[in-house]
Design a protein around this ligand. Structure first.
Ligand code: NAP
Length: 220
């Protein structure tokens, strides 16, 4: 499958490694340009591109940049993507440590992913946001393995969500349907499921136990 990855850091780099290992045709971009991605390209066989080109022809695009960088992404990012492209958002809001205060989240009460959707002009599927980047490389397991981890996946577009869940299964993880994007606060930072290394039952329970309250340290 043709997959675009925007962001080549901890998450984007490791998704590039695993998805190329599985035989996918991966284009990867960062903020500094393709010439700075030579090493990753040589290691994985992925094609380094500019962010504006990463979605070209892609059936799945992963947006995995710091939240504060989302508004800097080029406009029309998904114009050349395959019809029905599924856009995965791995983002988290860390107002004090990294992102600064984002009014849409703080004042309008948008979930992080709803805010991202508005900024990029495309619906998203929220996935991997609570997954340690290293676990993408180290903790994948075949289907049915008792130690297989499950990841929560939220999104409003059911067809796109199915596509993303199938890809995550291929990557070696179970998934739990975490509802729509307005429900995705249940998997944001500081919730029980965030960073949880558990199976389907534990993830389902953790999602149910989440509180919508955002503690002061997670407010801008
Ligand atoms: N680290 C984790 O374990 C983890 C786990 C789950 C979710 N997340 C979340 O996933 C997101 C990415 O995290 P990360 O740790 O992978 O970040 P990271 O290591 O800091 O990497 C960020 C990447 O985004 C790129 N980038 C920044 N601005 C860009 C722009 N305008 N256009 C194109 N690319 C741009 C950077 O490119 P340059 O280097 O060229 O600037 C870099 O490749 C964050 O929201 C984070 O909270 C992280």
């Amino acid at each position: 499958m043709k997959i675009g990855i925007i962001g080549a850091g901890n998450i984007g780099g490791n998704l590039t490694r695993r998805l190329t290992a599985l035989g996918h045709d991966v284009s990867v971009a960062n903020s500094r340009g393709p010439e700075t991605l030579k090493e990753l390209a040589e290691e994985t066989g992925a094609t380094p591109v500019r962010a504006a080109e990463a979605a070209r022809g892609a059936e799945i695009v992963v947006v995995t940049v710091p939240l504060k960088a989302v508004p800097d992404l080029p406009s029309g990012l998904f114009d050349g993507a395959a019809e029905g492209v599924a856009v995965i958002d791995t983002g988290n809001y860390y107002p004090r440590r990294r992102d600064g205060r984002i009014a849409g989240i703080e004042d309008e009460g948008l979930t992080e992913s709803r805010w991202t959707e508005r900024a990029i002009g495309h619906p998203v599927i929220k996935a991997f946001n609570g997954t340690y980047a290293q676990d993408i490389l180290d903790r994948h397991r075949p289907a049915g393995d008792p130690d297989r981890m499950a990841l929560p996946v939220a999104g409003d577009d059911e067809a796109a969500k199915r596509k993303v869940r199938a890809l995550i299964d291929e990557l070696g993880f179970d998934t739990v349907d975490a509802g729509g994007i307005d429900d995705s606060w249940r998997q944001q930072p500081d919730t029980p499921v965030y960073g949880l290394r558990g199976g389907t039952e534990a993830v389902t329970r953790a999602l149910a136990e989440a509180s919508p309250e955002r503690k002061p340290e997670f407010r801008g």
